[in-house]
Design a protein around this ligand. Structure first.
Ligand SMILES: [Zn+2]
Length: 586
């Protein structure tokens, strides 16, 4: 059996041209070599695994080659090149500063610097992770770096450029290595797969590229793992499973449910994802990326930024037809916010569920996307008045109060209905109450405040809105309001999350609090809270009742001095005892 060589080593580039994703940089280096204008110190900066050390080695080999070609590449056949290829060249020294960062290590290096090369022209010293050198090692090194012998070239490499002292930076030619793009990574991996005789789907390679995040070494080592997991047949599904990545199909499906404004299916699908053992935070992060890709697919120019194959691009384009850019902006923001607060949230599942509900609401607030009429089954109340589709009028007419029909204005046909979440609309019996219905007609025309001008032609000026109060919808707004509270109110916000507002009358919501301090706070924010829910729920009659629960009040904790005062009030001897022993209560 052949010895297995990891792909990152086996396919380590040997020439500048085979270095992936750093074209402009390798061209500059080649030009420097062919024109003979070499600096005595270089600094290679960039993320891990993008080819810094590889380029340093190729560079060292090229400048020592006895017959370099006109483009600055090593011949690969001369004595010096052979020595490099067989890793026995005496002209290259590598020092890993991460583990050899003491003054002694640098002194040893300086001794090496003094010895001229036996064969070839240059001695190249590669110092990896140079930012890890200790301060004293740096100082010991500075003098040599400034005035090295003519046959010495230093190549310093670092992942953290900002940690390099200005004194070092000013003595080096700086080269910034960039993250390797997903496309370049996929191309390279495909190449390796072909050479090794593996089959690999582009999407599978895309997943690996994403996971490697711009590092080729990481990409190749993940690739090796996947090859051994899948016996050389890298399908998208298999790689998804092994990398524990959520299949993109789920995101397409969830987005479809959102577009259909089907909250029930959204929540059920999310549940099935949790059942598979995936983390809700990863799900929201992935959903944000999915919306981002949908946004990218709306414009031909941004299409390549997705880094997906043609086949997948078409699927994204198809789905993006049903999403307005504005919805996508907000959706990305919502998912991103949810992902940020997810870690600190106590009820993580609810956090994601609220996010999904809000995503559906985003669409409900929007005018319908082209070619897709709003799903009216979700809005039973408005539907009964026939404001959206006149064809539905006959069947729904009996349910409508006569006054509503008289006041029904024609311009409102184009006005999209305000959302009423069918799945959560369990308060439908409220809609049937005559009291509600009397105020219902005029309120319809004011469903959207900005549409007010359209109703001005009416003789009857509605003064207030009065849609029936839907508690499920209210709870969503309650959480929205809590999330909008300023940072300094986070402690109170946490208490509010634990509160369970209940419906006490037609439009009265009871909020139980367990002490007067919370009561005071609630009273202070009540005007803002009322204004918010009245506006969003289109009901100007919503009132709140703060109830301080007695049971909780009795169990309030006393501080030690309070307790003492209370005890001493009933038993004055305590004071004498306290004075006699000189006790202090604190
Ligand atoms: Zn050569």
């Amino acid at each position: 059996m052949d010895d297995f060589i990891v792909s990152a080593r086996k396919y380590r580039p040997m020439t500048f041209d085979s270095v992936v994703g750093q074209q402009s940089l390798t061209t500059t280096l080649k030009n420097a070599i062919s024109s003979g204008k070499l600096a005595h110190a270089y600094l290679f900066c960039g993320p891990r695994g993008v080819g810094k050390t590889t380029c340093a080695r190729i560079f060292a080999k090229a400048i020592n080659c006895l017959n370099p070609n006109s483009e600055g590449d090593a011949c690969g056949t001369c004595e010096s090149c052979m020595a490099f290829n067989q890793q026995r060249s005496m002209n290259i020294h590598e020092l890993d500063a991460a583990s050899n960062n003491s003054v002694e290590d640098i002194r040893e290096l300086i001794t090496q610097v003094q010895i001229p090369p036996q064969t070839g022209r240059y001695k190249v010293f590669i110092i990896d992770e140079v930012h890890m050198l200790s301060a004293s090692a740096f100082n010991a090194f500075l003098k040599t770096l400034e005035e090295p012998p003519s046959y010495v070239i230093f190549i310093l490499a670092t992942t953290e450029k900002h940690k390099i002292l200005p004194t070092i930076l000013s003595r080096c030619q700086v080269y910034d290595f960039v993250r390797i793009t997903t496309k370049d990574t996929i191309d390279h991996l495909r190449n390796v797969a072909q050479k090794e005789g593996y089959t690999a789907e582009d999407e599978a390679l895309g997943l690996i590229a994403q996971k490697a995040d711009g590092g080729m070494r990481d990409a190749l080592s993940i690739f090796d793992q996947m090859v051994s997991f899948t016996q050389g047949n890298l399908t998208y599904d298999a790689v998804c499973q092994n990398l524990n990545v959520l299949n993109t199909e789920h995101y397409f499906k969830i987005t479809e449910h959102i577009i259909n404004k089907d909250i029930t299916q959204c929540l059920l699908h999310f549940d099935s994802i949790l059942q598979k053992g995936f983390d809700g935070g990863i799900f929201t992060g992935g959903l944000a990326s999915h919306f981002r890709d949908l946004l990218m697919s709306k414009d031909v120019q941004t299409l390549p930024l997705m880094g997906k194959s043609r086949q997948w691009q078409e699927r994204y384009i198809a789905q993006s037809q049903h999403c307005q850019p504005k919805f996508l902006y907000h959706a990305i923001k919502l998912c991103n916010d949810c992902e940020t607060t997810y870690r600190t949230s106590r009820n993580k599942r609810l956090q994601v569920e609220i996010c999904l509900i809000q995503l559906v609401q985003l669409l409900e607030d929007e005018p319908p996307a082209s070619g897709r009429s709003p799903e009216n089954k979700l809005k039973p109340i408005q539907q009964t008045t026939g404001t959206n589709e006149s064809s539905q009028q006959p069947s729904s007419a009996p349910a409508v109060h006569p006054a509503t029909k008289v006041a029904e204005p024609t311009p409102n046909i184009s006005v999209p209905n305000k959302p009423v979440l069918s799945s959560f609309n369990r308060q439908t019996e409220q809609a049937a109450k005559p009291k509600v219905m009397s105020g219902f007609g005029p309120s319809l025309r004011k469903q959207k405040p900005e549409q007010k001008t359209e109703t001005n032609t009416d003789t009857e000026q509605p003064k207030s809105e009065h849609l029936p109060l839907d508690m499920d919808k209210f709870r969503v707004e309650w959480y929205n309001f809590i999330q909008s509270l300023p940072r300094e109110s986070q402690a109170m916000a946490q208490r509010m999350r634990d509160m369970r507002p209940t419906l006490m009358g037609d439009d009265t919501i009871g909020i139980e609090v367990n002490n007067t301090q919370v009561e005071q706070y609630m009273n202070s924010i009540l005007p803002t809270l009322s204004a918010h829910v009245r506006k969003v729920l289109h009901n100007d009659f919503i009132t709140f009742k703060i109830i301080v629960t007695e049971v909780q009040q009795a169990t309030l904790k006393y501080s030690k001095p309070e307790l003492y005062n209370k005890m001493s009030a009933t038993n004055p001897f305590l004071n004498e005892l306290k004075d006699a022993f000189g006790l202090v209560i604190e």
